[in-house]
Design a protein around this ligand. Structure first.
Ligand code: GDP
Ligand code: GDP
Length: 453
């Protein structure tokens, strides 16, 4: 068979072959200007100048791969902030919440030359609940003389303040030693097998997310407060649907609506990203009574990037005229051309119409997301497809696709081994054919190509 005459070992490292071993994540949090970016640059061993924040312009979280004494890990610089004091407190609270969710270790950076501010105290209060280790870095201790200043930071209740100077590198090696000592080798298990499936309810403001949550939770909200063997974040909610508990992640953000003039969209997008990070499937709500907007498509992009399964929910169907429905379908096909595989459900969160259709849609999407096709059937399928439609000749050469394997699930990820470059068009063709033959309705599918000439 093609599998036998093809030595995979020559092609791939283990890391490339399977699901890449995920690395543990260190999140660096703290007020603006305490030196987070400087510390991150120091950890990365970079010398280049820190990119300055422009007031009022928010940057997003950025992750980088780092390594210390042979231990690789990811470091996340939690960026965005609002210039006004009130917004800042909230910004840091969001940062801390995100970090506790997504990271395996948190470094809280405090400016030792300033001491403990009320914002530092607020974030420390949140971080004291953290289940992952928290290290307190007292930054800007540029000289021995300044060490004493840091002692007051014991009052934050996060243990010993480790004095560093991110700018000059003073104490940062010791801090890194501590980080790798406390960091687990692998990131913690995000999706407990056998636990409730995790759903992110996302969409731009006013599409009806909280209305739907209330409808679904109904009177039963407290019934499933405790399911044996699960650890539910306080920001999540367990809701029983179709006889099973489902974990709706980050619903605290939906229940506590905070309106501020500035930065509202930014927080909405941070929340969306956090919810997607911890979910397995996204319920994207779109207001069917209005045209699809840029903002809807931005949320869709985040979902596509996240690789989560997807159910698109058209809400407020009670407001849609009979006449408009046909036109609406066309509009939807056009706007959602990126995700022709997504499942769609039309509902009214207000009247409860068709809400019961959500569970089968979620289950179907997750089933696709989890699905594995074994190598035998996959390769006989591949042989037939390629015999019927060979890859286009490129530069006078006919690339040969020799072998395919499904390297991962969640989402299904395939690797094709070829002897030449496969055009994007042909890759899309193969993906379409894969979907036609094996399903994967409701789930993204990734197709990677490994070339050896
Ligand atoms: P961020 O907003 O928390 O990411 O802070 P930055 O890394 O951008 O640093 C804010 C300012 O503090 C910059 O002017 C840095 O040069 C300065 N800074 C950072 N670390 C140190 C330090 O260890 N000592 C001193 N004196 N200044 C520092
Ligand atoms: P969120 O910002 O996405 O959480 O949206 P909300 O749940 O707060 O809903 C925004 C507005 O839309 C509220 O006035 C709701 O009453 C209304 N709404 C939500 N779902 C429906 C629906 O299915 N039909 C109608 N007519 N109105 C709805």
């Amino acid at each position: 068979s093609s599998e036998e005459d093809f030595d995979l070992g020559e092609f791939l490292t283990d890391e490339e072959f399977g699901e890449a071993p995920a690395l543990p994540v260190v999140a660096v949090v703290g007020r603006p200007n305490v030196g987070k970016s400087t510390l991150v640059n120091r950890i990365l061993g970079r010398r280049e100048a820190v990119v300055e924040d422009i007031p009022g312009v928010t940057r997003d979280r950025v992750s980088y791969k780092a390594e210390w004494t042979g231990h690789p890990f990811m470091v996340t610089d939690t960026g965005g902030w609002e210039p006004d004091a009130k917004g800042m407190g909230r910004s840091i609270a969001v940062q801390a919440e995100l970090a506790m969710r997504a990271a395996d270790l948190i470094v809280l950076v405090v400016d030792a030359t300033v001491g403990a501010t009320s914002a530092d105290e607020a974030v420390s209060r949140i971080l004291r609940r953290s289940k992952v280790p928290v290290l307190l870095a007292a930054n800007k201790v540029d000289s021995e003389r300044a060490e004493a200043d840091a002692a007051v930071l014991w009052s934050l209740g996060l243990g010993e303040p480790y004095t560093i100077s991110a700018a000059h590198g003073r104490g940062t090696a010791d801090l890194l030693d501590l980080i790798v000592e406390k960091l687990p080798e692998k990131p913690r298990e995000r999706f407990l097998p056998g636990g409730p499936r995790r759903v992110a309810l996302v969409g731009k403001p006013n599409v009806g997310k909280s209305s739907l949550l209330n409808k679904l939770a109904g009177e039963e909200r407290s019934v499933v407060d405790n399911v044996a063997g699960t650890t539910v974040d306080p920001v999540d909610e367990l809701i029983e649907l179709g006889g099973k508990p489902w974990q709706f992640v980050d619903t605290a953000g939906l229940r506590r609506k905070v309106r501020t003039a500035s930065g509202h969209e930014y927080y909405a997008s941070l929340r969306t990203r956090a919810a997607l990070d911890s979910a397995e499937v996204a319920l994207l709500l779109i207001d069917a009574s209005e045209p699809i907007t840029e903002q809807d498509l931005r949320v869709l992009s985040m979902i596509v990037e996240s690789g989560r399964a997807l159910v698109v929910v058209f809400n407020k169907w009670d407001l849609v005229d009979e006449d408009r429905r046909e036109q609406l379908d066309k509009e939807i096909d056009r706007e959602l051309a990126r995700v022709p595989w997504a499942r769609r459900v039309n509902i009214s969160a207000q009247t409860g119409r068709s809400v019961q259709k959500l569970v089968p849609a979620l289950e179907g999407a997750l089933e696709s997301w989890d699905r594995r096709v074994s190598t035998g059937p996959l390769n006989s399928w591949l042989k037939d497809i390629i015999a019927a439609t060979p890859p286009p000749v490129r530069g006078g050469r006919q690339p040969r696709v020799k072998f395919a394997t499904q390297a991962g699930t969640r989402p299904p990820t395939f690797v094709l081994f070829t002897t030449g470059f496969l055009e994007a068009g042909y890759r899309r063709f193969l993906e379409r054919k894969l979907r036609e033959s094996f399903g994967f309705d409701g789930s993204p599918v990734r197709v990677n190509v490994r070339v050896r000439d």
